[in-house]
Design a protein around this ligand. Sequence first.
Ligand code: SD4
Length: 327
Amino acid sequence: MKRREFIKMQGQGLLGLGLGMAWPLGAVAESTKPIVLSTWDYGLRTNDVAWRLLSEGGSALDAVLAGAELAEMDPDNAYVGLGGFPDRDGIVTLDASVMDHGYNMGMVAGLEQVPRASALARAVMEHTPHTLLVGDGALQFAKEQGFETMNLLTPASEKAWKRWLETSRYQPGVNVENHDTMGLLGMDSQGRLAGVCTTSGMAYKMHGRVGDTPIIGSGLYVDPEVGAVAATGHGEEIVRAGGSLLVVEGMRSGLDPEEACRQVAQRVLKQLRHRGKDPALYQACFMALTKNGQYGACALQPGFTYAVQDAGQGNRLRQAPHVWSKL
Ligand code: SD4
């Protein structure tokens, strides 16, 4: 390591974090602006919606929110918005966060009856002096803002919950396959970054449980000087590791996006081991985009896919590397 770089990292406190000690290893995937990234296979669909706006010169913020809304209003997406799996009491509660290129942010947590959780997070950002509204207060604000309310528990999700009740002994659910939280990161033609993260949380969680998704710094972070990061997986582990902001700080120190994600996935693994937990029972996934259009991802376990769309290569699904596998 060159002395100058070492001193720079020291100044940023990154050596103490254990970040920045490894050189960038992954192939750097690069794109031109505009670009949009979305988590999981469903991300191909949210990308398409976001891309329609981005390709017409729309803002990154409008684009990622339009993509998120597609998932939220789709009753067949069981992990987000309408039709999301309920908590163990059969109540669907939603969490969402949004952040833009100006360090503006909005979050909602434990939201009931309002499917468009990410639009409500944006309303918190734009129309309140606060950053986070929860539960009844979030619902009251949604009504004041004219948001539509509805029963979010679809017959399919209710049926799955009742089946779960038969065998679960009311133990809050934790399941590695149990993921489809939508995180979208976008950069528009003007180079503005924005991100959104939206979820119904872990299926069959305890009522009132909130994960990483609506916690800026854990489930999402956008820094116009560096880039944007979204996370999905077991919220408790993502919060414990300091999630998305830590990935941003890795990129700030000079790591490429994949390597920055890898180091935080490693951090999750280390913490699980430290606590005597079996990594096979957990998943934590990070997806990152730099302000220069480089992107990458990494997860604790195999299975994390994300979709990337830009003008050069169209919309494609990518498999993220992982840091641990039971095989
Ligand atoms: C949570 N991170 O509430 C979310 C769950 C998730 O895909 O990502 N599901 O913990």
